[in-house]
Structure formats: structure tokens, C-alpha cells
Design a protein around this ligand. Sequence first.
Ligand code: FES
Length: 80
Amino acid sequence: MVVCICNAVRDTDIEHARRRGVTTLAVIAAACGAGAACGTCREAVLSLLTGAPASSSGAAEAVCAEPHGPKPEFRLPSAP
Ligand code: FES
């Protein structure tokens, strides 16, 4: 399922990042762009990263009005 429409980031991408230790919006945004454009998906992205339930606002289902470009390269920061 695509979670971040602006950057075509799927739930599996976010789960992959979470398993590699990503827990913040700033890091996931830098890694793959999730939440870095319109921000509509940020609550859903954070929910996937932390395991906390998203609110009933249905952020993952929201429609983004931003123009969608090509999916950026998925990069995670190097381990410390
Ligand atoms: S849907 Fe994720 S930044 Fe727009």
C-alpha cells in the first residue's frame, strides 16, 4: 500500500526502514521522502515507524494535491 503519495513510498519501505532503526519523521523523510512534501501522510508514516495507532483522520487514505514526481532513491543513513 502506498502511504506517501507524493513520493510513492509504500508501507513496506517504511517497515524496512523501521527494522533498520529509523524511528523519526526527519530520518525517514531524508531517507526516502516520506512526509517531506505536502505532509498529509506524516501521521500514518509515524504510526508505521512507531507502531502507535494513527488517529481516525485516515491520513494514509488522504488525497494529496501536490504534484507527484518520480520516486526518489531510498537511502538510509549509515549505522553509527
Ligand atoms: S503524501 Fe506524503 S508528503 Fe504528501
